[in-house]
Design a protein around this ligand. Structure first.
Ligand SMILES: *Cc1c(COP(=O)(O)O)cnc(C)c1O
Length: 423
């Protein structure tokens, strides 16, 4: 041990206090300890830098250090080597230039709304948007004088009619939460650029995870202005933490978001940042595995749906040819997330009860929100909950989130649960 220390570093606390009455007391010695570990340590893990307080060598350094451009450290809230590292790796994932971290995916959405919208502005949300984003619009944003319009994600023409000079922010989601319609992202973007050039276009890219398609290079010169991710889902991968991110390429847009981020006090915990950093290298493998299992299960359920008297009316999954927006998915995507939704037959007696019975009869799928973790999950929804402006779905819905279990076990589980629900 001793020979790894630099020659000028004592291995133990200095000065015997009995011999030197001016020596600091034990508490002070423990706090102001002189030992410095040798520099140059490297391992696969990114060191977990924890801080509220960050030290400066001088008052001048304190006054001149800047956090906004990430050239230095001022306070834990404004970044540490660990959080800057996660931001840089997330930027790589999508080919973005700037990334900010937020305490949850929803906090990232809320930050974008708060940073970019003001009284008199109009916000556009897809009708199948992640529901808490709509709740924020209907409460806080409304109170702050912001008008929200919702659009059918599969009707680019009707979307165009909602755009105008007050349109300031447009959210896109691909595929849509729960019902998984895949919109014509290029068509929506081209329409928005033409009819509302002043609007910022934000994509909730949680489903694509930066892997299914390139949000900043959608082809035909089209790009989202920023993306938001719930890192909670695939990037973290454990179902054990909450975090969100905002990525963009434009320095001026990033500066606006970063300024609001700093003022709003959106910090993330270093241990959670470490957990996401640990999850990132396996993200493409997990995403591909969950994609493959979801497709196999979707194909199996579609075959079940084709049988007379089946409880399942339709399988919603963007890679299925009869799923809404399939052609848009096929034109843009090289992968799909591990999510599928079963529409139950509305005519079945006790339709909603059967969907609930199905969910409760599942053994490998646990009942719970979120996705992207190792355990498969199931949640029943009423169609009107998901598409308030008018649901194209008639039967009750069950969203299945695929974990990392063996595909044959999940298929057998769905079959036994369907048989129980049909009784
Ligand atoms: C989960 C989710 C969010 C919110 O993420 P949290 O970290 O749970 O707040 C946002 N958008 C989509 C599409 C999501 O699935």
């Amino acid at each position: 041990m001793a020979d790894t220390l630099p020659p000028d570093q004592p291995a133990n606390a200095p000065a015997d206090p009995a011999a030197d009455p001016t020596a600091p007391g034990p508490a002070t010695r423990l706090i102001h300890h002189p030992y410095r570990a040798p520099a140059g340590f490297e391992s696969p893990a990114v060191p977990v830098a924890k801080a509220s307080t960050v030290f400066f060598d001088s008052v001048a350094a304190m006054r001149s250090t800047r956090w906004a451009d990430k050239s230095g450290y001022t306070y834990g809230l404004h970044g540490t080597p660990t959080s800057f590292t996660l931001e840089a790796r997330l930027a790589t994932l999508e080919g973005a230039s700037h990334v900010l971290l937020a305490p949850s995916g929803l906090a990232a959405i809320a930050l974008v709304d708060q940073a970019l919208l003001g009284p008199g502005d109009t916000l556009l949300l897809p009708d199948n948007v992640y529901a808490p984003s709509r709740n924020l619009a209907e409460h806080e944003l409304k109170r702050w004088g912001i008008t929200t319009l919702t659009y059918d994600p599969l009707d680019a023409e009707a979307f165009g009619r909602l755009l105008g000079p007050s349109t300031r922010l447009i959210w896109l989601e691909a595929a849509g939460s729960v019902t998984l319609e895949f919109p014509d992202l290029r068509g929506l973007l081209a329409t928005a650029r033409r009819l509302a050039p002043q609007a910022v276009i934000a994509l909730d890219n949680t489903w694509g995870a930066g892997l299914a398609f390139d949000a900043f290079d959608l082809g035909e010169g089209l790009s989202a202005d920023l993306t938001v991710h719930a890192l909670t889902k695939y990037p973290a991968g454990g179902g054990d933490l909450l975090m969100g991110s905002i990525a963009c390429r434009d320095a001026e847009l990033h500066a606006r978001l970063a300024a609001a981020h700093g003022r709003l006090g959106l910090g993330v915990g270093a241990n959670d940042v470490e957990a996401v950093l640990r999850g990132l290298p396996s993200l493409p493998l997990r995403y591909a595995a969950q994609d493959a299992t979801a497709r196999a299960l979707a194909a199996h359920c579609a075959a079940q749906a084709a049988r007379p008297g089946s409880l399942i009316r339709r399988v919603l999954h963007p890679a299925r040819p009869d799923s809404p927006g399939h052609a848009h998915w096929a034109a843009l995507c090289r992968a799909a997330a591990g999510l599928l939704t079963l529409e139950f037959a509305p005519e079945a007696a006790e339709g909603p009860r059967r969907a609930e019975r199905f969910v409760e009869a599942l053994r490998h799928f646990r009942i719970g929100y979120s996705w992207g973790g190792p355990l498969s999950l199931a949640v029943p929804y009423e169609p009107a909950q998901i598409r308030p402006a008018g649901s194209p779905y008639r039967g009750p819905l069950v969203r299945l989130c695929i974990g990392l279990e063996d595909v044959a076990d999940l298929i057998a589980d769905v079959d036994q649960a369907l048989a129980q629900a049909a009784r």
